[in-house]
Ligand binder design. Structure first.
Ligand code: NAD
Length: 465
């Protein structure tokens, strides 16, 4: 029996306060943690301990995607992102997949790669042999650097050596230390280990160690997600109510759209960007190193020498739509900013993951949901119609609209198909002929409360890139 459900009908129509209350109830947040949803709690003082030359902090909208079911467990997904439609698309696609039984995920052990570059070698093949023969000595030494990780049954796992016999700087060896970092992302852990190995590697090979650093191509640390959707669940009527797309047509359209991304790097880049919209938003909310995730994802997408789609979309023998995603995800539930950034701590509590592997698997499911949302829109009505409805709100706010004006002006911009700042300013001037432009701008910047006491206007929740 499931204890709680992440299916919260009408969540997007609630006020901000009510949404936050429902999330706090779900995640058993105390009052202080609930308050952190509104103020991330990252004081300038705390920020100053994190990086250099701090002058303040920078906030992003934090949204929650409900409806996620992953391996029969329900999740509310915290997403920090400035781009409209992403949270809506993830939520809506999760709802469809939920009806189809939810996402299935799995992952490898959290093994990272630390690289050691060795130069000045007369015979790199002989040096490679020597390193492999001393594998146990190297592993034992690496395991002395972090007793905490070793006590948690992580630590050094293997040594691999690659040879580049002829380079502009002479023969070069690259030794990989494979290291299970358990619940941390692991950059510091692995960097410490490879630095400790350097003198022994020099002694064994007779060469000179140059770089000692983690690789962000974390291809031993993969998360996989899958969904299988009966075509009838894909039928929908577009946001204007004028066109209905049959499920069969949507499923086949998604497979055709995926084929484009699988074959063409120009399309694959945008296709994968859509996947990363979801993954990065969770990463940001949960204090993860999103640059590391991005670097790993795109390098993995090009692992066979040609950049391609990270996901696949096919039909099974029953005609059901089958989506899979495989992506390296170096993420942690401890370490890095996860315990230092108060907002990230709360986001991780909402997500409720127990291990780094579970976090990676949920993120892979979010990436697949996001990808489905984008392909479904692209394969049917196109992304602009729905996306522009939400984007128009940002344009209206940028023009200086506040309160109920935001939705009113956004609706006009969409109806006129002129989602442009100049038109928003004209509409605002018509609404406020007495106000000089400066006054309207000031009103927009400082007096700006969210429209209708924070209630999100009913926007079609089926959008996203
Ligand atoms: P960390 O250095 O903050 O913490 C790692 C330590 O936490 C471990 O060494 C271990 O002693 C301890 N620990 C406690 N509980 C643990 C558990 N359950 N599992 C494993 N270890 C546990 O974190 P990190 O993940 O090693 O480093 C991440 C940081 O390094 C990020 O902030 C990242 O931005 C940064 N970084 C990234 C790169 C890169 O991606 N190329 C390079 C350098 C630094």
């Amino acid at each position: 029996m499931k204890e709680r459900t992440s299916r919260i009908p009408g969540f997007h129509g609630l006020s901000i306060e009510e949404r936050a209350r429902r999330v706090a109830e779900w995640a058993k947040l105390d009052d202080a943690e609930l308050a952190l949803l509104f103020e991330s709690g990252l004081t300038a003082e705390r920020a100053n301990q994190m990086i250099e030359n701090v002058v303040g902090t920078h906030a992003l909208p934090l949204g929650i995607a409900p409806n996620f079911s992953v391996n029969d467990r329900d999740y509310l997904i915290p997403m920090a992102i400035e781009e409209p439609s992403v949270v809506a698309a993830a939520s809506y696609m999760a709802r469809i997949v939920r009806e189809a039984g939810g996402f299935r995920t799995c992952s490898t052990e959290p093994v990272m790669i630390g690289q050691i570059q060795i130069l000045d070698l007369p015979d790199p093949w002989s040096a490679r042999f020597d390193l492999l023969c001393h594998k146990q000595r190297l592993l034992d030494l690496a395991n002395q650097t972090d007793p905490v990780v070793v006590s948690l049954h992580g630590g050094a796992r293997d040594v691999q050596v690659r040879v580049f016999p002829d380079t502009p700087v002479g023969p070069m060896l690259v030794m990989h230390l494979l290291y299970d970092t358990r619940d941390v992302m692991g950059a510091n852990t692995v960097n410490t280990a490879v630095e400790a190995l350097a003198p022994v590697v020099e002694e064994i090979t007779g060469g000179r160690v140059h770089l000692r650093i983690l690789s962000n191509l974390a291809d031993h640390r993969l998360a996989q997600a899958k969904c299988v959707i009966p075509t009838d669940l894909l039928e929908f009527t577009d946001s204007t109510g004028s066109t209905t797309y049959r499920g069969e047509q949507v499923a086949q359209g998604i497979v055709e759209a995926y084929t484009f991304a699988a074959l063409d790097p120009y399309r694959a880049a945008t296709h994968n960007k859509g996947i990363m919209n979801g993954i990065d938003a969770v990463a940001l909310a949960c204090g993860q190193d999103w640059r590391a995730i991005e670097a790993g994802a795109h390098a993995y997408a090009a692992r066979e020498g040609r950049y391609t789609s990270l996901s696949t979309w096919t039909r099974d023998l029953n005609g059901q739509l089958v989506g899979t995603l495989e992506i390296p995800l170096a993420v942690g539930t401890v370490g890095g900013a996860t315990r230092v950034h108060p907002g990230a701590k709360v986001a991780l509590k909402i997500l409720g993951v127990q291990t780094a592997r579970e976090l990676a698997e949920v993120m892979a499911a979010v990436g697949l949901a996001q990808n489905l949302g984008a392909l479904r829109a692209l394969a049917t009505e196109g992304i602009q119609r729905g996306h522009m409805t939400l984007h128009a709100r940002q344009i209206a706010i940028a023009a200086g609209a506040t309160g109920d004006q935001v939705q009113a002006i956004a609706a006009r911009l969409v109806a006129e198909r002129k989602v442009r700042l100049d038109r928003a300013q004209e509409l605002l001037a018509e609404a406020h002929p007495q106000l000089p432009e400066d006054a309207r701008t000031t009103e927009g910047k400082e007096g700006g409360t969210e429209p209708s006491q924070g209630r999100t206007p009913k926007a079609p929740a089926d959008l996203g890139v």
